[in-house]
Ligand binder design. Sequence first.
Ligand code: FES
Length: 207
Amino acid sequence: MQYSQKVLDHFMHPRNVGKMDNPDATATEGSPACGDQVTVFLKVNEQDMTIEDISFLSYGCASNIATASIVTDLAKGKTLDEAKQITWRDAMEALDGLPPVKVHCSVLAADTLQTAISNYEIAHGLKEVPNFSKETIVEELKKIIYPKVGEDIVSLKMVKYVGLNDGEVLIDLNIMSFDQWRDNIAEEIREHLEKYPEVKDIQINFP
Ligand code: FES
């Protein structure tokens, strides 16, 4: 597998690694694609709402370490609002790219940062716990990467329809039966959505 020099550098010399004592917020997320995990710790300056300190623990692959390293580097010193704009695409770009099957590692790192920020805001009354809606489902689908090309299934127009009715989720996917990734994608969708207590049933349809 071909890794850029930057990926190798952040893997071998990860920045901001380690457990933080008394963080203001923390989040642990796992990747349904592979089971790897990342924990992010935040210290926030309440005067100017900047991320004063940030660190991570990785329980995963080399790209998991490298992407968590770059994401925490990108977030350090930024205001919470600025850090909320950091996406997995920014992480990928800052690392000069990742092999397609490893793109989901950057999604995990960026997602964990965003959850830590969200946890901080909820704990400090800066935002309400968001309601589960169709938008929540679409946001989760945007985190699912089609491993063959390293792009998310929404951008690739693989999602034809999303429905939500009384906790029952209905998703129509435009993925053919001969596609070797079809079952993985369906499984990943279930794992992303099952964590929400509002979801009672998930139905995924194919052509
Ligand atoms: Fe899953 Fe890297 S986080 S293989």
